[in-house]
Design a protein around this ligand. Structure first.
Ligand code: B4P
Length: 188
């Protein structure tokens, strides 16, 4: 059974790699960013509350995220494993996840950190803006997302390292090379 957390800055390849691995392992790829974007597209109350934060590159408030994750992990397809992509993103979310997993008697195997230099991240996201038009992929918002990552998410690297769950992967390589490295980590 595979249960993984994907850490890493915006543009590091979390979504890209989580999608591929989830397909290979036949487990759900749970991306909080994708769930939020789908709520924004469908104009739900959650989407309306989240959109202004996402547009500015800020984290969406925890109270909107935590129920969303609890609900998603309670869907039966998640009983056989999962990849959490983009969650947790700050210390309170990590503490919440620990308590939730204890409650549902599950254990996360590894927290995977994808390491990529800032200039490569910015270039990838600007390219995605040109190809996909994602509104938070403009340069000003990308810089803010990187700052938020450094302040709020990067401390989770030490959090999972201290618990011997962290694996760091060099992400500044082709997508298939990164996938191969990840497959080795989880032994498939
Ligand atoms: P996310 O959807 O998580 O967006 P992201 O960090 O940019 O990562 P993403 O997965 O999309 O991109 P990837 O690195 O795969 O979050 C968006 C927003 O939602 C956040 O800013 C926040 O507001 C909110 N949010 C989400 N989760 C939250 C939470 N838990 N708490 C609070 N708020 C939350 O790929 C980027 C690009 O690089 C792609 O175009 C890809 O094709 C390319 N790429 C990937 N790997 C590559 C490689 N090896 N070589 C070349 N290009 C590569």
């Amino acid at each position: 059974m595979t249960r993984l957390i994907f850490l890493g800055p915006p543009g590091a390849g979390k979504g890209t790699q989580a999608h591929k691995l989830a397909e290979l392992c036949k487990i759900p790829h749970i991306s909080t960013g994708d769930i939020l974007r789908s709520n924004v597209a469908q104009k739900t109350t959650l989407g309306e509350q989240a959109q202004s934060y996402m547009d500015k590159g800020e984290l969406v408030p925890d109270q909107l995220i935590l129920d969303m994750v609890r609900d998603r992990l309670s869907i039966p397809d998640a009983l056989g494993g999962w990849i959490l992509d983009g969650f947790p993103r700050n210390l309170p979310q990590a503490v919440f996840l620990d308590a939730l997993l204890l409650d549902i008697q599950q254990v996360c195997d590894r927290a995977v950190n994808l390491d990529v230099p800032d200039e490569v991240l910015v270039a990838r996201l600007l390219l995605r803006f040109r190809t996909e038009g994602r509104l938070d992929d403009n340069e000003e918002t990308i810089r803010r997302r990187l700052q938020v990552y450094r302040e709020q998410t990067a401390p989770l690297i030490d959090y999972y390292r201290d618990r011997h769950q962290l694996v760091s992967i060099e992400g500044d390589r082709s997508t298939s090379e990164v996938t191969e490295a990840l497959k080795q980590v989880i032994g498939i």
